[in-house]
Design a binder for this molecule. Structure first.
Ligand SMILES: Cc1cc2nc3c(=O)[nH]c(=O)nc-3n(C[C@H](O)[C@H](O)[C@H](O)COP(=O)(O)O)c2cc1C
Length: 169
């Protein structure tokens, strides 16, 4: 019985993997960048801390979506951590509504910190980063960013995505 379960778990099954990852509770964040007059923002859960010395974070972005190239070309990004009240904003930046990028940005108030990447004015926290390393692997590229500036907002309940739906923590 144990052997059978182990065999099942070792099968490289994309659906099984996605069903398992659906049980992962991920803080929803908006990763943004700008190059010239062009802005882009994407809702992500694949982001976390790498180190506090120097402050460094990572974000995994799908590089099969060529619209994400702007992140790799600009060399900057801001990671904006969302509160539960930001659920409509997350939906706008998830691509599901097929909104233009400027229509997505119209859902929030934005400024910039140090790098020029769009910073959500009322985010729980914004990490403004310069990319120090890009690590492509399989479908995604891991962007490793050193934090150039940090802004802390209200300590509100977080917007979390789990079981393919939004939750509050
Ligand atoms: C809750 C949630 C989490 C997501 N996490 C990621 C992620 O970590 N990395 C990623 O590349 N895309 C992620 N996506 C998908 C992107 O948000 C989506 O592909 C993108 O917004 C599409 O933008 P486009 O229509 O401009 O191409 C996530 C979507 C949602 C709803």
């Amino acid at each position: 019985m144990l052997k059978r379960n182990l065999a099942e778990l070792s099968v490289a099954d994309g659906k099984l993997y996605r069903d398992a990852m659906a049980r992962y509770a991920g803080h929803v964040q908006l990763v943004t960048t700008a190059l010239g007059d062009t802005r882009r923002g994407v809702a992500v859960t694949a982001a976390c801390s790498v180190s506090d010395n120097p402050p460094t974070i990572l974000v995994c972005l799908n590089h099969n979506n060529e619209k994400n190239d702007i992140f790799f070309e600009s060399g900057i990004f801001a990671l904006n951590s969302l509160a539960a009240r930001h659920q409509p904003l997350s939906h706008a930046f998830s691509g599901l509504e097929k909104l233009t990028m400027e229509a997505r940005f119209a859902h929030g108030n934005w400024d910039t910190l140090v790098t020029g990447a769009p910073a959500l004015v009322d985010a729980v926290a914004t990490y403004d980063c310069r990319i120090v390393k890009l690590v492509p692997h399989a479908t995604h590229t891991i962007m490793i960013g050193e934090v150039a500036a940090l802004r802390l907002g209200a300590q509100d309940p977080a917007l979390v995505y789990m079981d393919r739906s939004y939750r509050t923590l």
